[in-house]
Write a protein that binds this ligand. Structure first.
Ligand code: TZP
Ligand code: MG
Length: 223
């Protein structure tokens, strides 16, 4: 395994929880307020995921989030937008199956940026290894209202498959909340990604701390 993949595995395994922004679900609070509360509560990885905003707005938000994540020593990943990830010196960029292929992304971003790839099937997970992804999204595990164009839930059997067969860091995503995060971790996901359960929470700090406790307990049970 190359050094970047080892770094990705360390980052995702030690974090356990990965939170994504979504201003539409944030109950009127802006992304910066949300991210600051997440980081203050101990979150170690943040993804900027924002739809339908101008490039300038996204750039300004990402610059501020870059400063915040750096001051907390946290990892910052930008969804979809490779130019934006590069312009703000993000630690990583996350792409989907219909975006630029991973080797093309690698040519653009250089050698040190982490590349995450969303996967939904064993074939896509195997391809992610061949193509050079540093970590994979695994999902949607459960049904979700947050992403409209997402396919049917892949269920825990795909989480199991990835844990047993794919050496890359795995991030389970889709419909994960405080009630089901433990089973996702018990099924072998390195990390759980969450949007609505965190950004829509009345008390973001309390919700993060609750979920982090549940993840730690589930890991202890998994052994
Ligand atoms: N990719 C697969 S499902 C999903 C994304 C971005 C949305 C996850 O949001 P939530 O609110 O945690 O279900
Ligand atoms: Mg995408």
């Amino acid at each position: 395994m190359n050094a970047r993949r080892i770094r990705a595995r360390d980052v995702f395994q030690s974090a356990g929880l990965y939170c994504l922004t979504d201003s539409k679900l944030s109950c009127g609070r802006n992304n910066l307020t949300i991210v600051e509360q997440m980081l203050s509560a101990g979150l170690r990885i943040v993804q900027y995921r924002e739809k339908n905003q101008s490039q300038l707005t996204m750039y300004k938000e990402c610059l501020a989030i870059r400063d915040l994540t750096r001051s907390f020593g946290a990892t910052f990943i930008v969804n979809d937008d490779i130019a934006l990830a590069m312009a703000v010196c993000a630690d990583g960029v996350h792409v989907g199956q219909d975006d630029l292929p991973v080797p093309a992304v690698r040519l653009l971003v250089g050698e040190s940026m982490l590349i995450g790839l969303s996967t939904h099937t064993p074939e896509q997970a195997q391809a992610a290894v061949r193509l050079g992804a540093d970590y994979i999204g695994v999902g949607p595990v459960y049904s979700t209202l947050t992403k409209k164009d997402v396919g049917n839930p892949v269920g825990l059997s795909y989480v199991d498959y990835v844990a047993k067969n794919i050496a890359l860091a795995s991030v389970a995503i889709g419909g994960i909340n405080a009630a089901n995060v433990a089973e996702v971790i018990r099924h072998g996901a390195d990390c759980a990604a969450m949007i609505s359960d965190i950004v829509s929470a009345a008390d973001i700090s309390q919700q993060i701390q609750l979920v982090q406790t549940l993840i730690k307990q589930a890991r202890r049970l998994r052994g």
